[in-house]
Ligand binder design. Structure first.
Ligand code: FAD
Ligand code: SF4
Ligand code: SF4
Length: 461
């Protein structure tokens, strides 16, 4: 038996210096030889622990084996039995804490690079033309999906593949949710999202854009139009703020607004696209999650010197390790154990300085992470032109406000059963960030898939 390489095949990526001023995708992707080399590290474990780490349960050993055998058509077919969005997941899934965390190779050396292989096969399929799965006879049962993010798209695809008549209602003019308005082009090119949304549509799913459910039409009105079941996957797109003095000054953005302008409205292509965005020379991004890293790396690409201000230490940064490293390589400055306590204006009322305090870590809090404590008298100021606040989001209250019998928690998330997605209102299911609070693409997809299975049972009963 040939000796197994304990190290994973590195992912080629653009040089840090070049990419720090470009919105082109950072990771370049494997070649066929690289993909085969990486796939051949898989031990084909009979117990398949990696599959249990994937919220949509892709048959990982099978799709990986097909790569080794050079049968890429079979490989993508295996993936798509469980996942309609493989090019997206292969790029942005937190694989290191999902499928790859369960891979036995991690105990011997490095886990098999499952996400990179999934991406490779999805990209290969795009160059070949998408193969359609066979669909069952139509059930003629209408299902409405509210929100076209990963949760809604996955629920829609799963239901369409079971023969139901599915319509997605999306508030924005573009489908994809955070995949199009939040995650930047250099991590997830929008052609990939568009391609995978088109695949879902090709299953027979109808897409109604610019439909704000709760305003344009309510959930009860949808029932009146013959929908037998509704899945709510409206995400958690409402920004939270620090609640410190000066937060309403000009030049201070929520990360959502900042990223929507850049990604959805394509301000980085101004004047070809009509959304100008001037960030100035110095940008401070507050927060330490994926959203903060994306905002910081976008600001860097718009030409600013960027500082990330985060109140805990590097070990507690919630962003994916890979994205923190990418940000560091691109020259983003990290002021850790630092917290903004006020924003101060210039004569025109625009933010000029961020007043911060140094922090130290105390005992763990309810989240299990060590609680940051202000160091008395450590105040200092950072000069800025723009501030981006990335300190969390919660669901928009529009759906619960317009659907009185839909129960919500004290955090504003919709209450739903975690095995089925059933809500307190008969005929309504929910999943993704609107239930869990801000989480991940794959957890939203897992919730969409679970709910679709339960909706199918309901429609057949
Ligand atoms: P969303 O993606 O938010 O989609 C909800 C959709 O519903 C939106 O299109 C919205 O317009 C629509 N909608 C809302 N209200 C209504 C209404 N009333 N009527 C009709 N439509 C409505 N996760 C990862 O796994 N990896 C990452 O690298 C990563 N990076 C991220 C970077 C950023 C900047 C952000 C913001 C998030 C990131 N996440 C990442 C988190 C991930 O994107 C979300 O967890 C995921 O998108 C949630 O999916 P969802 O379908 O529940 O909601
Ligand atoms: Fe892993 Fe995500 Fe792919 Fe599942 S979808 S196999 S968790 S990368
Ligand atoms: Fe292959 Fe790792 Fe899954 Fe084992 S756990 S089958 S080595 S991917």
């Amino acid at each position: 038996m040939p000796k197994i390489n304990l190290n994973r095949t590195p992912m080629p990526k653009q040089e840090a210096e070049k990419r720090a001023s470009s919105f082109q995708e950072v990771a370049i992707g494997y070649t066929l030889d690289m993909a085969k080399a990486e796939a051949s590290r898989c031990l084909q474990c009979p117990k398949r622990p990696c599959v249990g780490g994937c919220p949509v349960n892709i048959s990982i050993p099978d799709f990986v084996k097909s790569i080794v055998e050079g049968d890429l058509a079979r490989s993508i077919a295996k993936i798509k039995e469980a996942n309609s969005l493989p090019g997206i997941c292969g790029r942005v899934c937190p694989q290191e804490s999902q499928c790859e965390a369960q891979c036995v190779m991690a105990k011997k050396g490095a886990s098999v690079a499952i996400g990179r292989l999934e991406r490779y096969v999805a990209d290969w399929e795009r160059t070949q033309g998408i193969t359609m799965p066979s669909l069952p006879a139509p059930s003629h049962k209408k299902v409405g999906i509210v929100g076209c993010g990963p949760a809604g798209l996955t629920a829609a695809a799963s239901l369409a593949r079971r023969g139901h008549q599915v319509t997605i209602f999306e508030a924005l003019h573009s489908p994809g949710g955070v995949l199009v308005y939040g995650i930047p082009e250099f991590r997830l090119p929008k052609t990939i999202v568009q391609g995978e949304v088109n695949f879902v549509r090709s299953l027979g799913v109808e897409l109604k854009l610019d439909w704000v459910v709760g305003k344009t039409i309510t959930i009860d009105e949808l029932f009146g139009e013959g929908y037998k079941a509704i899945f709510v996957g409206t995400g958690a797109g409402r920004p939270q703020f620090l609640g410190v003095p000066g937060e309403n000054l000009g030049g201070i953005f929520s990360a959502n607004e900042f990223l929507v302008r850049i990604n959805l409205m394509k301000s980085y292509l101004f004047p070809s696209y009509d959304t100008p965005l001037t960030v100035g020379k110095r940008v401070v991004v507050v927060g330490g999650g994926n959203v903060a890293m994306d905002a910081a790396r976008c600001a860097k690409r718009l030409g600013a010197e960027v500082t990330v201000v985060y109140r805990r230490s590097e070990a507690e940064l919630p962003a994916r390790r890979e994205e923190v490293e990418n940000a560091q390589e691109e020259g983003i400055i990290f002021r850790l154990l630092t917290n903004p306590v006020a924003f101060h204006p210039n004569a025109q009322g625009k933010v000029q300085t961020v007043e911060c305090m140094e922090m130290e870590l105390g005992e763990p809090d309810a989240s299990g992470r060590r609680r940051p404590i202000e160091k008395k008298g450590s105040n200092f100021r950072l000069e800025v032109d723009t501030v981006v606040s990335a300190v969390g989001t919660i669901p928009n209250p529009l759906i619960p406000q317009s659907t009185p019998d839909l129960k919500i928690t004290s955090h504003g998330t919709v209450t739903a059963d975690d095995k089925t997605g059933r809500t307190s209102k008969a005929g309504v299911w929910a999943g993704g960030d609107v239930v869990s609070g801000a989480a991940t693409v794959i957890s939203a997809m897992g919730a969409g898939k679970l709910a679709a299975a339960d909706i199918d049972l309901f429609l057949r009963s």
